[in-house]
Design a protein around this ligand. Structure first.
Ligand SMILES: *Cc1c(COP(=O)(O)O)cnc(C)c1O
Length: 350
């Protein structure tokens, strides 16, 4: 089965070889305080910064999932007020998780066809403003330009960005926000079980001044350990190794971005020609480059998904309230043009 699910999705072809290498090299049994681990961790961070264009003065942390990152932010970075701008299920979940920990969390939902007006996003200093850069549930995105303006309008607040289904796929402007995170089972093309949390110097200052120490994954502990390229707990060492190998081979993000942008354009043009289903989002300026959502009547979509499965392709189900009325196509770097062509052939009959 070729998985076009927008996460977990198809992994890179080289993964089985890398796993074998990890076994041969003894990576699966190394101590996470050993020199071998420290070198690997340092190298992985260096490669991530180089390939994804992450500023040198940002700190990268290893966590277990994007969901864990939601919780870490609520615990260690939000003191009182957080604002959650969201238009879909993942952004809403982030708000709900935060609200259970911080009662002052405020939901600011908007419609999926709406483009955020950064001039309307101005809050008192000291808040954390939470945005989902790529809303995986409905295939919309918030542009770098909008994130940059929100930061400019709120220099004394932190901007936190969920980029789970876009990091390593599109070129994100990391310096325009303070906290970024993503798990690796989407655009990174890796098996699940590892996520990255990336913090600006301003975010690290806030971590230190809040000094929250109630949890195993409190950011002060994570930061103290990361100064030595380590984690407070035993991390997913195998996954960090796989990430290092994938990053070694991956092309610079601007090249990957250009290719995905072209592929997204091809998908959009393809959807415009279909009779029984079409792109879910009509506002072209908010369409995601990495998740292509299609909508049609439930019966047709059921037939489409079944036909795809017969050809060895797994399409993404709709998510949340869009479950039966949409399907989603991942446009992630690990998917091959030849596989896209197979899917197009199946879909062109509808
Ligand atoms: C998949 C996803 C998550 C959840 O990721 P986990 O690694 O399963 O915790 C969070 N946010 C977005 C936008 C996602 O696409």
């Amino acid at each position: 089965m070729i998985s076009f699910y927008p996460g977990p999705s198809r992994v890179h072809d080289e993964i089985p070889t890398y796993v074998k290498d990890a076994f041969k090299l003894g990576i699966m049994s190394i101590n996470h305080r050993s020199e071998v681990f420290v070198e690997m961790s340092e190298k992985t961070v260096r490669l991530l910064k180089a390939k994804l264009n992450i500023p040198k003065n940002y700190t990268i942390f290893f966590t277990g999932s994007a969901t864990e990152c939601w919780e870490i932010i609520a615990q260690s970075l939000i003191t009182t007020k957080s604002y959650h701008l969201y238009n879909g299920a993942f952004g809403e979940k982030w708000f709900a998780y935060t609200h259970r920990i911080r009662k002052d969390a405020e939901a600011l939902p908007f419609h999926r066809e709406e483009k955020i007006d950064p001039e309307k996003v101005k809050f008192a200093a000291g808040a954390v403003i939470c945005l989902t850069q790529n809303e995986t549930s409905n295939g919309t995105q918030v542009s770098n330009a909008i994130i940059r303006k929100i930061k400019k309008n709120n220099p004394e607040s932190l901007i936190a960005v969920d980029a789970t289904s876009s990091m390593a796929g599109i070129a994100l402007d990391f310096k325009s926000a303070d906290v970024w995170f993503a798990s690796v089972q989407k655009c990174f093309g890796l098996p699940a079980g590892l996520a990255l949390l990336i913090c600006s110097p301003q975010a690290i200052e806030q971590v230190k001044s809040i000094n929250e120490k109630k949890h195993y994954n409190s950011l002060v502990f994570m930061h103290d350990m990361m100064l030595k390229w380590q984690t407070p707990f035993t991390p997913n060492v195998l996954s960090i190794y796989l990430l290092m190998r994938v990053m070694e081979k991956s092309r610079p993000i601007n090249v990957v971005h250009a290719e995905l942008k072209k592929r997204a354009g091809d998908w959009i043009a393809f959807l415009e020609k279909r009779k029984s289903f079409h792109h879910l989002i009509t506002n072209k300026t908010v369409r995601s480059l990495t998740v292509i959502p299609a909508t049609g009547d439930a019966e047709t979509l059921y037939t489409i998904k079944k036909a795809a499965r017969k050809h060895g392709i797994l399409l993404g189900e709709g998510y949340g309230e869009l479950k039966t009325t949409t399907f989603r196509i991942a446009n992630f770097p690990a998917l091959k043009q030849s596989e896209i062509n197979i899917l197009r052939k199946v879909l062109s009959k509808f």
